[in-house]
Design a protein around this ligand. Structure first.
Ligand code: ADP
Length: 375
């Protein structure tokens, strides 16, 4: 109308290349492996279709506490690329195997032993809660109760009775492990006619008996199989640690000096057998009074962290001394399942995440020359 000419051609749309998308995603760091997710090979199935960008981020464990944050960053960084109209991110996880389970446990990616210097420090309570916490993250989890002197795992998970036996394709018979809170469980406790009677097995018998229990159970595909070892570093425990193809061991300690000293001895015994120490944790660390909220250090506090730092092994965290933990265990539902949002449950969950991270770090170290630092 005023004699102005309009340019009817729309401006050329920017071309989105794989290189640009990967450049944006390379800004995201894995805090445990301390490398960017592109260098670590976590970005999969990248597809660019006009302004739509789709890809998967495949982590090394579903128990990754920053999974949500990584997804948010991926959307933000890729969404900021000129021309991107839509970002489709799928978060997945593929737990890597430490490669040692071999013929004995072909479907099991990582076997993790839970050990202690002495009995009564909460090793079985910790084993049950860590197993349930890992399963709640989406991992496939099994728990073998190898504490033949006091098989308490069935009670802690509310299981009783005998497991079913089923035939394999080759005509052998295997145990079908009962499942509690999404964890496959096997225990000598299931097989004893009278679980209140003590089991009198000497070291080599424990080794062969537990190996049999382990190998004759149909675990299927598992990301993590936790093994609740007998307490201490006697013949039975050490034979087991050598017979089972372990990714590593977690040491449970109480904060008292004497308990800590024994835990350190156990740690060194495993190291001398070339079993990797995945971490140390302190159970019954502090007591928070339910009436006044004050924090009491009933058995002292912090010694396990100091010992871990001194011995240069990861410190996984502290679990409070809590009536809720004890009551939930006695009722057959670990606190992680009974009150998942409680501070006690969150303490176990954080430790489970830290443990999964240590397994990821160790397996990545095995596969790559990339220098990765433990947390
Ligand atoms: P272990 O396997 O080392 O012998 P258990 O797991 O059987 O030890 O625990 C011994 C006792 O201590 C059980 O009664 C258990 O409920 C209790 N217990 C374990 N951890 C805690 C905790 N953090 N707070 C309160 N009680 C606990």
């Amino acid at each position: 109308m005023f004699g102005l000419r309009r340019n009817s051609a729309s401006p050329a749309k920017p071309v989105i290349t794989e290189e640009v998308v990967l450049g944006a995603l390379a800004r995201i760091q894995d805090p445990d492996l301390r490398r960017d997710i592109v260098a670590l090979g976590f970005v999969k199935d990248l597809a660019i279709d006009g302004g739509r960008v789709a890809f998967k981020i495949e982590l090394t464990t579903p128990a990754c506490p920053v999974k949500g944050e990584m997804e948010r960053q991926a959307r933000e960084f890729v969404g900021a690329i000129p021309g991107v109209e839509r970002v489709d991110v799928q978060m997945t996880a593929q737990v890597r195997s430490m490669g040692a389970t071999g013929q004995m446990l072909p479907g099991v990616r990582n076997v993790i032993a839970i050990a202690s210097g002495k009995g009564g420090v909460g090793k079985s309570t910790v084993s049950a809660n860590l197993a349930v916490a890992l399963a709640r993250s989406g991992a496939r989890v099994g728990l073998l109760d190898a504490d033949i002197y006091g098989p308490s795992i069935p009670g802690l998970l509310g299981l009783s009775g005998k497991p079913q036996v089923k035939p394999t394709a080759t005509g052998d018979q295997v145990f079908d492990p009962p499942v509690a809170h999404d964890v496959k469980v096997m225990s000598l406790g299931f097989l004893l006619d009278d679980p209140s009677q003590p089991v009198i097995w000497r070291g080599p018998m424990v080794g062969s008996g537990v190996s049999q229990l382990l190998g004759q159970t149909d675990w299927g595909e598992l990301d993590y199989l936790l093994v609740d070892l007998p307490p201490g570093t006697g013949d039975a425990t050490l034979t087991l640690a050598q017979r089972i193809p372990l990714a590593g061991v977690v040491i449970v300690s109480q904060p008292q000096r004497v308990s800590l000293e024994i835990a350190v001895k156990a740690l060194k015994a495993f190291q001398s057998l070339k079993v990797r120490v995945l971490g140390v944790l302190e159970n019954m660390s502090t007591f928070v009074c339910e009436s006044c909220g004050a924090e009491h250090h009933v058995f002292s506090h912090g010694g396990a962290r100091e010992a871990a730092e001194r011995l240069e092994v990861p410190f996984l965290g502290e679990i409070p001394l809590s009536l809720d933990i004890c009551a939930a265990s006695d009722a057959g539902t670990p606190v992680v399942a009974h009150k998942p949002d409680s501070p006690q449950a969150l303490a176990f969950t954080r430790i489970a995440e830290g443990l999964a991270a240590q397994v990821s770090i160790a397996s990545m170290r095995q596969r790559t020359s990339i220098p990765l630092r433990a947390v």
